[in-house]
Write a protein that binds this ligand. Structure first.
Ligand code: CAA
Length: 385
């Protein structure tokens, strides 16, 4: 990469409702320590009926556009596992809600929890070629598992929006990356299902194997040595998975890697749950917002999407990376969520799933500016207040 290209801004958003996992544990007769310590999860963001991956994506991206305007944005990559249409990109709805110019191309990317990493790399490569342009990469997902399954407590929802530009204010994306693709049935969601089929134990092994192979490829392609990485951010289906992955990498590279390297990266994820393709970037936001010592440091980014594709890459943090006051806004969003009890959460679990045959009106119940309004003549309708 010739020009310095990377993250110029990063903004995250989650839903307006939240479930305490202690409440879920009490309702299902499970020891709450299993969720808090075994999985490393405390809360789960729950979407209201008028919130979905489109409204979350728009909510995440709006502050970025307020801070930086739209000039030069010619690409929007929207990555999601929970897309709302088999043909149309969810990004096209987001493009209209945000008022992006018609000269901005829009594409949806899918590879389970990995998609946004591919979007980030593609965006950075294109900006390196045309440094006057900027690109928006949005990762957005509602992680919905079957009720009463072992994965239920890992659900969550949220979006992360990244502005990719030359001379980035937050972090430069370094050129080396390591990739590993392997066809494995660990987690997948056939077209006729609203929740995935999961082999939980296999998925953990597939994640660890994928990361080890991607690490080897990273080193082969000129990536930093393990001792030259100052912090790590991992895809976090649950935050203890980051600790498992760090330990796996330590064993693979015959080094000691202290959990201090990942603690700040779990701050938001433990309160939100899995956000699939956004999860790695919630980890990055948590790290950037809670670590004062990052200027000039290298962050190792560890991406995993079931099925599976793994990628290891690195960011070099810029001076002044905390200047935009993003952390206070994210914390305010988390604290503003309305608590729901288990009965209400379970009633909402499938509330957003319906066919396209009937006209449906969805009442506005969430306080945010973007709303899913229902289905009219088969098409999804969205509104901005
Ligand atoms: N106190 C403290 N800890 C406890 C406990 C208690 N009372 N009871 C159990 N635990 C611990 C267990 O020891 C275990 O920890 P270790 O893995 O470190 O041994 C942990 O809590 C989980 O317990 P179980 O293994 O018994 O959990 P489970 O069988 O109920 O399922 C899961 C766990 C497989 C992760 C399940 O939640 C699941 O299937 N999740 C979805 C798939 C997933 O997240 N896979 C991760 C890799 S794939 C990926 O990353 C892509 C993606 O986003 C889906």
């Amino acid at each position: 990469m010739s020009a310095r290209v990377g993250l110029h801004d990063l903004s995250v958003a989650t839903t307006s409702l939240v479930l305490e996992l202690d409440d879920l544990a009490a309702a299902t007769g499970i020891d709450p320590a299993k969720y808090r310590l075994g999985l490393g999860q405390q809360q789960m963001s729950v979407p209201a009926p008028d919130e979905d991956p489109v409204t979350l994506a728009a909510a995440a991206a709006e502050p970025v556009l307020t801070r930086h305007g739209m000039d030069g944005i010619r690409t929007l990559y929207l990555a999601t596992e929970s897309g709302v249409d088999q043909s149309k990109s969810a990004g096209v709805f987001v493009h209209r809600l945000l008022g992006l110019p018609s000269t901005c191309r829009v594409v949806e990317l899918k590879q389970a929890c990995y998609g946004a990493t591919a979007g980030l790399r593609a965006a950075a490569d294109s900006i390196a070629l045309r440094p006057d342009e900027r690109a928006l990469v949005i990762a957005t997902d509602v992680a919905r598992y079957q009720l009463d399954s072992p994965a239920e407590a890992t659900q969550g929802a949220g979006a992360a929006a990244m502005l990719v530009a030359a001379d980035p204010a937050i972090a430069e994306l370094e050129a080396p990356c390591g990739i590993s693709t392997a066809d494995v049935d660990d987690f997948w969601r056939p077209n006729d299902r609203s929740t995935p089929l999961v082999d939980g134990k296999r998925s953990i092994d597939a994640y660890l194997d994928g990361v080890a192979a991607a690490w080897d490829d990273f080193r082969l392609h000129g990536g930093a040595e393990i001792g030259q990485i100052d912090r790590f951010c991992h895809h976090q289906p649950f935050t203890r998975m980051a600790a498992k992955a760090l330990a796996g990498l330590a064993e693979h590279t015959s080094t000691q890697l202290a959990e201090d390297l990942i603690v700040a990266s779990t701050t938001y994820n433990r309160r939100i749950g899995n956000t699939y393709t956004a999860s790695l970037f919630f980890a990055l936001a948590g790290l950037l917002d809670h670590d004062d010592e990052l200027a000039g440091k290298r962050i190792g980014m560890v991406s995993y999407g079931s099925g599976s594709v793994s990628e290891v890459f690195s960011l070099r943090v810029a001076d002044g990376y905390r200047s935009a006051g993003r952390g206070a806004a994210t914390l305010a969003g988390l604290n503003a969520r309305t608590p729901v009890d288990v009965e209400r959460y379970r009633a909402l679990h499938d509330a957003g799933i319906f066919g396209s045959d009937a006209n449906i009106t969805v009442e506005q119940t969430s306080p945010g500016p973007f709303h899913f309004c229902g289905i009219e003549e088969g098409a999804r309708r969205y509104r901005r207040d």
